[in-house]
Ligand binder design. Structure first.
Ligand SMILES: Nc1ncnc2c1ncn2[C@@H]1O[C@H](COP(=O)(O)OP(=O)(O)OP(=O)(O)O)[C@@H](O)[C@H]1O
Ligand SMILES: [Mg+2]
Length: 381
């Protein structure tokens, strides 16, 4: 692995052209790097702000090789690129994070086994291959339970809940024969995420902890820095650092956690990339998560993750477009508001279309402002 830093002028390849790649590309180009993206759509959010696009599926090895030959390093917009493809690409150009990291993360069962192996606390879980295994799994995790497909889930897709009196095999059938895991339903007091970056030399920088609220399994708001006792923050940091080091991760990584009433922290899942709950860093922190990720994958020194202000992020979901484009003047009229739109041309319900960041130390007030904005942007039915 080359340790020579990639300086401005170098070309970054991105596998997947969603909003994370887009914000990485905006930052990379600002700093004088070139960006080439692989995505099935030539008009994907990242391609709109890139120097080049290779059109192809994320599991198309020929297309991925074509990208690899044009770039100095490859990184990812999504953890759902098959690790086998990444292993092939590693023979051509550095891939950061590497194939071994993705192999551990992209299958929920392998990820949970990894967390158990390194002694990280998580909710009770069990594998579910078929109806027979389901019974044993529910006996272990109890009811209610959540079934999650092992591969390719996001924003709660590929998840079903099994209530105490539900027909469990019928719920499993909704996953269409996909291999799954069952999880106990955690009665958390809040959800947090620890976002950090690990550089090529193993150095780590940690962002202020984010406190997250979900709606219909999709992230709704993030507030940061989360109010937290020093000792608890130290414990959360230790978990995330242990995960990043055990993985040998390079780049930004998020560890989603459930916080329980007694202070226990359970790992929900690991995202080996920039994260929706880190969007607040773009505007609120000295170095955004996108610049930090770029620095890590280029082998540069990491930047300062310090928050310069408190912040609240609220996601803009496709439902807001049901009656046409939302009335943005409500957002643009607020001096503390930063509007981010991802350039997606098909606003489907539940689809992440953009977000707003409110920059203000009074995050309680900003949470109220965020709800007010969502309310005025929601079409009247
Ligand atoms: N075992 C659980 N107990 C209680 N709530 C849960 C559990 N698992 C998931 N949830 C809720 O659903 C949300 C989404 O779950 P999870 O993070 O597993 O989904 P995902 O589809 O991978 O989403 P994403 O990748 O967008 O974070 C969690 O943030 C949490 O609010
Ligand atoms: Mg999640």
């Amino acid at each position: 692995m080359t340790m020579t830093p990639l300086v401005p002028g170098a070309t970054i390849g991105v596998l997947g052209g969603g909003q994370l790649g887009r914000m990485l590309a905006v930052t990379a180009r600002q700093m004088g790097y070139r960006i080439v993206v692989l995505d099935p759509s030539a008009r994907c959010p990242t391609a709109q702000v890139s120097d080049g696009v290779v059109v192809g599926a994320l599991d198309d090895l020929d297309a991925a090789r074509h990208l690899a030959k044009q770039v100095d390093v490859i990184t990812l917009d999504t953890e759902h690129v098959p690790a086998t493809i990444l292993a092939e690409l590693e023979t051509i150009v550095p891939v950061r994070p590497g194939a071994s990291v993705l192999r551990t993360i992209q299958d929920r069962l392998v990820q949970k086994e990894f967390l158990d192996r390194i002694g990280m606390p998580q909710a009770a879980w069990a594998p579910v291959g078929d109806a027979t295994e389901l019974e044993a799994a529910l006996a272990k995790v109890g009811r209610p339970a959540i079934l999650k497909v092992r591969r390719a889930g996001y924003d709660g897709k590929g998840q079903v809940r099994i209530e105490p009196d539900a027909d469990a095999p019928a719920q499993l059938a909704r996953l269409r024969g996909e291999l799954a895991v069952a999880e106990e339903v955690v009665n958390f007091t809040r959800e947090i995420s620890v976002i950090l970056a690990r550089g090529l030399g193993g150095e780590i920088q940690i962002y202020p902890i984010a406190e997250n609220a979900h709606r219909r399994h999709i992230l709704h708001t993030t507030r940061a820095p989360a109010a937290m006792a020093d000792a608890q923050r130290t414990r959360a940091h230790a978990v995330a650092v242990a995960v990043a080091e055990a993985l040998g991760h390079v780049g930004v990584m998020a560890v989603e956690m459930f916080e329980l009433a007694d202070g226990q922290l359970l790992v929900n899942e690991i995202a080996p990339r920039t994260h929706n709950s880190g969007h607040y860093t773009y505007g609120a922190c000295a170095t955004s998560q996108f610049e930090q990720h770029l620095r890590a994958v280029c082998g540069l020194p990491l930047g300062d993750p310090r928050a310069l202000t408190g912040a609240v992020m609220v996601n803009l979901i496709g439902d807001l477009w049901a009656a046409g484009p939302p009335a943005w003047h409500h957002v643009l009229a607020r001096p503390e508001a930063r509007l981010h739109l991802y350039g997606k041309d098909a606003p489907a319900p539940g689809r992440k279309m953009g977000h707003i960041v409110l920059l203000d130390d009074d995050t309680e007030r900003s949470l109220a402002t965020a709800e007010g904005l969502i309310s005025v942007l929601t079409p009247r039915s």
